[in-house]
Design a protein around this ligand. Structure first.
Ligand code: NAD
Ligand code: UDP
Length: 332
């Protein structure tokens, strides 16, 4: 049956794919986004559809709409973006969670939280099952994101226990694909865009750190399967268990794109996790979900997207947001 669904962060990379999928299934979609890292271009093809509505809204403010389901994706996801205004990032996670949970409680909607593998921090257990509590720095440069997402998970489970709110919490591992921003700062888009521009590929550190990359279509299938599953709150890991070093990723991209780019090494950012791989046993058993698109095929599809985009990159520049105030020392 057709549902009315609110998607916060719906103009972003993952959100725009989710809007498209749920709209295609005959639902009515309200996409709420402040366009910090989202782009109208990502949803331009949906704008003419009478079942699609875009509202420019900041999720740190209360929202009131009558809906059956809420997907809460609003939050910058790439380290340079979430560190641009760290205080705003943590407010988005925490106040955003309070606002969507309050709405879900008022209108009796099922509410989904896009949590992250970052809640495991720099993990000491490998691969990471949902039962692992994580190894997270509370005061580092990544903490605004990691701890914001951890508090959001806590809020989701407290609203569930205390107010009976019907929640779904997913922990997303690194996902890539078309509609990432070209200068987003995340590794897959960085390497592909650098290679296409003939620039050198920047590996941070030695390149021996690992990540597991999931293609966006697989992830979005998992989101919807999870949201449609009764009696299962999660948290559940969604990601592709294929694990690669950043050096292997750079070599694959270079081999596919060709050209004259080389690999160069740059300093490793602080608190950069050394390894990451999802244990997806729970998703397999409870949702019957596992990813289908191997890295090589996903990279081909992402390279095709960026090579087209770079011929006409208009409108994909970052939105200018107020710069956070610089630190000052109190003087008497
Ligand atoms: P993205 O930056 O493309 O999308 C985030 C969207 O949220 C953007 O459209 C942005 O404009 C919007 N937004 C940010 N702050 C907002 C605010 N205060 N109010 C309203 N809208 C706001 O990133 P993405 O990769 O699409 O990530 C979507 C969600 O999934 C995020 O919550 C992210 O933490 C989570 N996630 C993503 C990944 C991944 O690999 N892509 C991994 C783990 C978790
Ligand atoms: N990385 C890199 N070069 C880049 C961008 C990122 O070597 O140009 C590394 C980064 O240090 C990290 C990994 O790639 O070890 C994944 O980074 P990303 O920002 O994509 O995701 P996250 O660290 O949040 O998992």
């Amino acid at each position: 049956m057709s549902k009315r669904i609110l998607i916060t962060g719906g103009a972003g990379f993952l959100g725009s794919h989710l809007c498209e999928k749920l709209l295609g299934e005959g639902n009515e979609i309200i996409c709420a986004d402040n366009l910090f890292t989202g782009r109208k271009q990502n949803i331009a093809h949906l704008m003419g559809n009478p079942n699609f509505e875009f509202i420019r809204h900041d999720i740190t403010k209360e929202i009131n709409v009558e809906v059956d389901q809420i997907y809460n994706l609003a939050c910058p996801a790439s380290p340079p973006h979430y560190q641009y205004n760290a205080i705003k990032t943590i407010k988005t996670s925490v106040m955003g969670a309070i606002n969507v949970l309050g709405l879900a409680r008022r209108v009796h909607a099922r509410v989904f939280q896009a949590s992250t593998s970052e809640i495991y921090g720099d993990p000491t257990v490998h691969p990471q099952p949902e039962s692992y509590w994580g190894n997270v720095n509370t005061i580092g440069l990544r903490s605004c994101y990691d701890e914001g997402k951890r508090v959001a998970e806590t809020l989701f489970f407290d609203y569930h226990r205390q107010n009976g709110v019907d929640i779904r919490v997913v922990r997303i591992f690194n996902t890539y694909g078309p509609r990432m921003l070209p200068d987003d700062g995340r590794v897959v888009s960085n390497f592909i865009v650098q290679a296409l521009r003939g620039e050198d590929l920047t590996i941070y550190g030695t390149g021996q750190q690992t990540r597991s990359f999931c293609f966006v279509d697989d992830l979005i299938d998992g989101f919807v399967k999870f949201m449609e599953t009764d009696d299962f709150t999660g948290p559940v890991n969604l990601g592709n268990p294929g694990e690669f070093t950043m050096l292997e990723l750079a070599e694959q991209v270079l081999q596919k794109v060709g050209g004259k780019s080389k690999i160069v090494f740059r300093p490793l950012p602080s608190d950069d996790p050394k390894q990451r791989q999802p244990d997806i046993t729970l998703a397999k058993t409870r949702l019957g979900w596992e990813p289908k698109v191997p890295l090589s095929e996903g990279l081909d599809r992402t390279i095709a997207y960026f090579s087209k985009l770079l011929q006409n990159p208009q409108g994909m520049r970052p939105t200018l947001m107020p710069k956070p105030r610089a630190a000052t020392t109190a003087s008497s």
